[in-house]
Ligand binder design. Structure first.
Ligand SMILES: *Cc1c(COP(=O)(O)O)cnc(C)c1O
Length: 400
């Protein structure tokens, strides 16, 4: 649960700053707002934290994906490579901009396998979206190398990996653009919210314009007189979200450090179990430790162990059987049931490819996710709670 566990006086103070001026909108009202620019301040602090040049706050992680894809000029006729293990939003965002998501396999990191890029790309492929699932990195250096070689754009979906890094560089800052989610269950929360980061000024401007009806945010004129070059929509973050984000960001290093401690205790207990394996972490020191993923030799053993743990009050998820994070389980997506009765973008005549979503095309995901169990971790885990989990693991192992 992370950031949501820590909402306290720091968040209250930041939010009160906003309520005292009454200016809830991030733009305009410069006289009335008394120097309070929470979203802008949050963006600056967030960019700095990530080592990125620019950051743009938006309404959600899902809209961050859509705004970023739009800035990258991904659209009708394009294919985008997306891992089979991710939250639905990554696929939805690709379809929202009129492009077609192509399902690719994962590796032992549980994230996009770099080898898949050359295997699954076609003449229509424009971009790849590595997703850093469950708080830990994909093989991002290799992914960047292969994507660059093949002239593909890279958008990192780092909705779940806020605060995580690879070899000292924050996840989200490797690709052309990176996105984050601050929904209620993410590492940091602003209730709902999201962020886009990039080092490219042109991409930043395109995102900034698109997310606010094309407004160029010229500080010299009033909002009504601002210029515009492209049409857009409204994905603006508001000042209350910005205020929450500022307070939460200051807690991020603490969140990660506490979760790493809790994770180590549980991982050490699991390591005693016969046949136990763990998710490959390309850089363990950079793990945000929001989840612990471990695996058994086969699916049957994993299911048995999950049931044994559950009987001891220890909950885990097997993502192969999860309804929201594994493409083969999305019956509405497989039926191409977009909200549009014409099934756009699948029926878009400018799309010349022949996408298919077959379980057989992702054998590694089928194998690895089938025998992997994932445990959600928290910042606040009492010694009693950790002990109960340790005892549960020991008991489950005895009963196997
Ligand atoms: C949560 C999540 C999103 C969407 O973020 P929201 O803020 O909930 O819209 C996108 N991708 C992944 C991997 C996520 O976990």
């Amino acid at each position: 649960m992370a950031g949501a566990e820590l909402i306290g006086k720091e968040e209250i103070k930041e939010v009160m700053d906003v309520l005292e001026t009454g200016i809830l909108m991030r733009y305009n009202f410069d006289k009335e707002r008394n120097g309070v620019f929470k979203v802008r301040e949050f963006e600056e602090a967030f960019a700095k934290y990530c080592g990125a040049s620019y950051a743009l706050g938006v309404t959600s992680g899902s809209s961050a994906l859509k705004v970023a894809l739009t800035a990258l000029d991904v659209g009708p006729g394009d294919e985008v490579l997306v891992p089979a293990f991710t939250f639905l939003a990554t696929y939805e965002a690709v379809m929202e901009v009129g492009a077609i998501p192509v399902m690719v396999d994962i590796d032992e990191t549980l994230n996009l396998d770099p080898k898949e890029i050359e295997k699954k790309k076609t003449q229509y492929t424009k971009a790849v979206i590595p997703v850093h699932m469950c708080g830990s990195a994909a093989n991002i250096d290799k992914i960047m190398e292969v994507a660059r070689k093949n002239k593909l754009l890279v958008l990192e979906d780092n909705a779940q990996g806020c605060g995580a890094s690879f070899q000292g560089k924050k996840l989200g800052s490797f690709g052309d653009m990176g996105i984050f989610s601050f929904d209620y269950v993410k590492t940091l929360t602003t209730g709902e919210g999201g962020m886009i980061i990039t080092n490219n000024l042109d991409l930043y401007h395109r995102a900034e314009w698109y997310h606010d009806h094309g407004h160029d945010h010229n500080p010299k004129v009033g909002r009504g007189l601002e210029g515009r070059t492209i049409l857009g929509f409204n994905y603006r973050m508001n000042e209350l979200q910005g205020a929450l984000g500022l307070a939460q960001l200051r807690k991020l290093d603490y969140i990660v450090a506490e979760q790493q401690k809790n994770k180590k205790i549980i991982k050490d207990a699991l390591a005693q179990v016969q046949g136990m394996g763990f998710r490959h972490l390309p850089d363990p020191a950079g793990d945000s430790a929001t989840f612990l993923a471990f695996n058994l030799p086969d699916e049957d053993k994993a299911q048995r162990f999950q049931n044994m743990l559950s009987a001891e009050g220890v909950d885990t998820v097997c993502y192969k059987r999860n309804a929201w994070h594994y493409v083969p389980n999305w019956e509405h997506f497989l039926a191409r049931s977009t909200a549009n009765s014409k099934k756009y973008p699948f029926t878009d005549p400018t799309y010349k490819g022949k996408v298919q979503y077959l379980r057989e095309s992702i054998p590694q995901a089928e194998d690895i996710l089938g025998r992997t169990l994932v445990m959600g971790l928290s910042v606040k885990m009492s010694p009693e709670k950790l002990n109960q989990i340790k005892k549960g693991i020991e008991q489950a192992a005895k009963n196997m």
